[in-house]
Design a protein around this ligand. Structure first.
Ligand code: MN
Ligand code: MN
Length: 320
């Protein structure tokens, strides 16, 4: 059952470049969506090994760090994912189960996930989820300190489910983000990331993606990443600077991701965000088999299943 009628889609078409619409190819979109979700999980599993290390500590221990080997401060198995991928899956499952946007279902899944004693959970995320569990709060109060990357890292499912409608993207983005992070800098980062995912999944070139980022930096100059400062903390500004720097200079999924995680810092999250973006851009053929083979099979199987359902339930999937 699809709750999205064709009418809102017609509204969408008016806002789209008609030539671009003619070139939409659902097989290609599915491939890029799958690569985005798998790429996110790969970036999480790869980066987690070097999370909280500095770039020079990584260089002296590994030279260039580029294999999925587990370990790290969380003592992970090779291919194991962390909160970044798990929270994204919570959102994806809520949408698939409801066959609609249900913020309550997302919050319930976050609560069940937190009760399951996850391997990791950021402080701001934990605070927001606890407020929901204790008081049913679905929008955390605005807070100038809540500009961590915890809302941005779980953006992919709402980007897929809103394809290609920018207004729906904005609505779902802000609602999911504000469960835990209510901050204008985080909001701007989340929306820009969602727009980049829409564009990349629909086949836009990097020059077009770069223009979208220029729009963000004109409104929020702190996101400017050229010259690159080399900071990769959990502050969403540092996180996106690192992702943008390595995504725009990399020539392959592999290069974008290796550059990103070797900056260290919040490497699983910079890895996850770069992985979703580079996956969307390069598609499945860009994803190295040596990484895909190392990933947790159950996680990849669930990702494959929910990705297809999210795209099928999106405004774009509904008309094909
Ligand atoms: Mn993590
Ligand atoms: Mn992290």
């Amino acid at each position: 059952m699809r709750l999205i009628s064709v009418t809102p889609f017609l509204r969408v078409i008016h806002r789209l470049d008609v030539n671009m619409f003619n070139h939409y190819n659902l097989d290609e979109i599915r491939d890029r969506a799958r690569a985005a979700f798998i790429g996110m999980a790969i970036g999480d599993a790869l980066g987690a090994t070097v999370e909280f290390m500095t770039a020079s500590e990584i260089a002296s221990k590994y030279g260039t760090f580029k294999e999925i080997i587990g370990g790290g401060w969380l003592r992970l198995k090779p291919g194991q994912v962390t909160d970044d991928t798990q929270m994204a899956l919570c959102i994806a499952r809520a949408i698939v189960k409801s066959q609609a946007w249900s913020l309550g279902a997302v919050a319930d899944n976050f609560a069940a996930w937190l009760k399951s004693r996850p391997v990791d959970c950021g402080d701001t995320c934990r605070k927001g989820i606890r407020a929901y569990m204790l008081h049913g709060t679905m929008e955390t109060p605005p807070n100038e300190w809540d500009a961590g990357n915890g809302a941005a890292m779980r953006m992919l499912p709402v980007a897929l489910f809103s394809l290609p409608d920018g207004e729906l993207l904005r609505k779902y983005t802000l609602e999911q983000a504000h469960l835990t992070h209510n901050n204008p800098v985080s909001d701007a980062a989340c929306i820009c990331l969602g727009e980049l995912l829409h564009l990349a999944i629909c086949g836009a070139e990097k020059s077009r993606l770069r223009r979208q980022v220029d729009g963000l930096t004109s409104r929020f100059p702190s996101f400017a990443f050229d010259p690159y400062r080399g900071l990769a903390s959990g502050y969403v500004v540092d996180t996106l600077q690192t992702v943008f720097h390595w995504f725009f200079r990399g020539k392959s999924f592999d290069e974008c991701l290796v550059g990103t995680v070797n900056q260290g810092g919040d490497a699983d999250t910079t890895g996850a965000i770069c992985g979703m973006l580079a996956g969307a851009y390069y598609g499945m053929e860009g994803i190295p088999q040596r990484w895909l083979k190392k990933m947790d099979r159950a996680v990849i199987a669930e990702i494959e299943s929910v990705t297809l359902k999210l795209v099928a339930a999106s405004p774009l999937g509904t008309v094909f």
